[in-house]
Design a binder for this molecule. Structure first.
Ligand code: 5GP
Length: 189
């Protein structure tokens, strides 16, 4: 996606040779117009699957997932990472190891929001080792629903997530694929 790659080149910061910071338009401040266009791109690609629900993980996946849901005209569910007193008790749970936080956490989705009739599209901001997407796919499996595809805004090709998910047969669509982040330079595949 040309405008996304241009934006990454302009405003993305390679913090290390493995982590890209995109706080100025995705992860802290959000560019709504860019999110709208990202949602449109995902909707166009995944419309062939008769998607009934978009699933993401809080917090950074929400903005692009909502825009995808808007274009597909379906509800958006986000897995919660944090404990909350008002969370339903009847939950699907899955463990996810966070690449950026270097710790494991439990993701939770209420059983009210995904069921066996759903065709689910998983959306996330980054794909590194694939743990977040695999945790979300596990929740869809527990619901006996179907994962129709996985939409990723930025995939890092030098980490294994993309390979693992594609080998498992998932239709993974990444809008920008980064080949390397060497010496502060972002190179696309
Ligand atoms: P994975 O689960 O694929 O290992 O990592 C994906 C998750 O980690 C995403 O949900 C994202 O929040 C975070 N993440 C992974 N790599 C990066 C990165 O280079 N930059 C940022 N900002 N987040 C990342």
């Amino acid at each position: 996606m040309k405008i996304l790659k241009e934006r990454i080149q302009k405003d993305g910061v390679a913090l290390t040779d493995r982590i890209l910071k995109v706080d100025s338009f995705i992860n802290h401040q959000i560019d709504p117009q860019l999110m709208y266009e990202i949602g449109e791109e995902f909707a166009e690609y995944f419309k062939k699957y008769n998607i009934t629900k978009v699933l993401t993980i809080e917090a950074s996946g929400i903005s692009m997932a909502v825009m995808t849901g808007l274009h597909l005209k379906v509800p958006v569910v986000f897995a919660k990472k944090h404990e909350a007193l008002n969370l339903d008790k009847d939950l699907y749970l899955s463990k996810v190891f966070s690449f950026t936080k270097n710790k494991e956490y439990l993701i939770k989705v209420s059983k009210h929001y995904i069921d066996a009739t759903d065709n689910v599209l998983i959306i996330d901001d980054f794909l590194a080792n694939g743990k977040a997407a695999i945790g979300l796919a596990d929740i869809v499996k527990q619901a006996e629903a179907k994962v129709c595809g996985i939409g990723i805004v930025i995939e890092k090709d030098f980490q294994d997530g993309g390979k693992i998910l594609r080998e498992q047969g998932f239709d993974v669509k990444s809008l920008a694929i980064i080949e390397s982040l060497c010496d502060g330079n972002v190179s696309f595949k």
